[in-house]
Design a protein around this ligand. Sequence first.
Ligand code: A2P
Length: 275
Amino acid sequence: MALAPTVQLRSGAHLPLLGLGTWPLDDTEAADTVALALETGYRLIDTAENYRNERGVGEGIRRSGVPREELFVTTKFNREHHGREGVRRAFETSAGLLGLEYIDLLLVHWPNPDQGRHVEAVEGIAALMEEGLVGAVGTSNYKPAHLQQVIDAGIVPDVNQIQLDPQRPRIVERAFHNEHGIVTQAWSPLGKGSGLLDEPAVVAIAEAHDRTPAQVVLRWHVQQGMVAIPKSSNPERLARNLDIFDFELSGAELAAIYLLDSSRADIVDSDEFGH
Ligand code: A2P
């Protein structure tokens, strides 16, 4: 069974380049899917308070029998916890539901800049990290302007998880992350209902490598150092999505995939939306 390679974070932790997304699985589905994913070779599992499936994720982890230290478990908290004490309570609730003593990466789910506490929320995670309860500091859906405010306060997050796929390659955001040593993690890496997997360019590259279109798109992410967390509860797709570390896209193929960059593809605006 082949595991995904990892990228080392600023914190020193090793984050697998490919993991399992768990939205919108409920507790029962999450338990089954997480157990199967771990048996298949996944080691990174991504959940969130807002998905309401942390209990199921924890059950899947225990059912799999994979030792805790081999896993990389990620969760996120909502806007009402943005504050040092709030983040601590959010951590305790999530860790309790997951049945874990520490969380490998804790993320602020959305910046919610209207509250003006998106820096404080990150400070709350950094405090937990100093106590060894959290292994790395994460943000999600932070724009460069939000991240700059965090950096100005003296913290550089390890990871920023954003909506990213070949139709939304987020070049400006990635350049900012790279400049500061922040690892980019992609949510909905296969695109969101915009026909990405049926694009002729993707299909042709898939045929040339005898792979599926989804494998080509996921390879596009990881080959460029990004971390992808596709959700699948279909056993065959689950296995194939992880099986992308034994082929390589050429420079011309990467470039052909970049031509899919579409200004029409909508991106959730984190200055407007958040929970
Ligand atoms: P399924 O679970 O039936 O495989 P997200 O954007 O949250 O990561 O969700 C990914 C979506 O793409 C899910 O609806 C998932 O459905 C589907 N999906 C996952 N892997 C593949 C794949 N290899 N080929 C096609 N669709 C996929």
